[in-house]
Design a protein around this ligand. Sequence first.
Ligand SMILES: NC(=O)c1ccc[n+]([C@@H]2O[C@H](COP(=O)([O-])OP(=O)(O)OC[C@H]3O[C@@H](n4cnc5c(N)ncnc54)[C@H](O)[C@@H]3O)[C@@H](O)[C@H]2O)c1
Length: 321
Amino acid sequence: MALGLSSAKPSRGPSPLRPGASFARENPVTPMDDEVHPVIHSGRVAVITGAASGIGRAAALELAKIGLKIAIADVNEQGLGETAAEVAKIVGESNVLSVPTDVSKLDQVERLRDKVYEAWGEVGVLMNNAAIAPKGTSWEGLDNWRKVFDVNLFGVLNVQQTFVPLMLHQENPSIIINTGSKQGITNPPGNPAYNATKAAVKSLTESLAHELRETPAVNLTAHLLIPGWTYTGMTGAAEGKEKPAGAWTAQETVLYMLDKVRQGKFYILCPDNETRREVDQLRIMWSAGDIAEGRPALSRWHKDYKAIFEEYLRDGLAQLD
Ligand SMILES: NC(=O)c1ccc[n+]([C@@H]2O[C@H](COP(=O)([O-])OP(=O)(O)OC[C@H]3O[C@@H](n4cnc5c(N)ncnc54)[C@H](O)[C@@H]3O)[C@@H](O)[C@H]2O)c1
């Protein structure tokens, strides 16, 4: 492969998605069998942060439909109450625990854990999902950077470090799903603080998965949810506004996630109506190629490389179609 390290002219390596390559195509979503999965199963317990809206709320509803007991946490108390009411209609009030929680505050996360274990004595599914995404730049708004890190990184860590030690010793298998983002992998311009937190969540979840795998007699696995474009409050959803055609609903993202968890996948890379899986794969390979092939940072958006990237994408997709 031409690495283009010393070339003055922008260049690129080959588009890597060959037909038949093991990563080129993934199984489409398969119908869910509610009876067989030991964790996504009636009677188990799910804890979901950021459940007042969007993906967290949809997860609460979908897991309730399967018959799990649902503990929900969020800073938005009104939204949390609405989710609790909807979930209660499905599983009954005694199977819903609604705990106003700021995940960036360790004592509040510990209170959440205590309430869940007092009520139900176990956790099957832990969805570490709360996040914020205020815009900013790399050289301004230090307070904003701290806030995003407090919620998106330390919030995830607070939950992970509070719950995992107890989940490790449960007899029944259980899972933790941390929510990352494609922005934490391909790092698009526009929201550097958010991207940096999501890159950190990818890294810490990979480490967690490895550590759990290497620890004897542990029945807990970690998964990284990487949503596609999902129509939620974070992406501009509002009462009376129509979902853009390119976005998935939060329910679609959650159903895809549950299907991949059932298949035992670590990386749950969700498509949407605008970006097919192969496009994501090529974008991710291109991003890694910035380092491996010595291109400038974020070359996908660099004026000298934009056209080359588009050509790489066209070539890669043409090999598949
Ligand atoms: N919507 C997308 O297209 C998209 C894409 C990639 C990743 N994600 C990720 O998916 C997850 C869910 O986001 P969403 O799209 O449903 O957005 P959302 O805004 O609807 O949901 C996020 C929830 O987190 C809650 N929250 C914020 N700060 C909190 C705190 N300190 N403690 C507790 N709860 C807090 C919010 O109140 C909100 O209910 C996030 O981690 C987000 O980064 C979303």
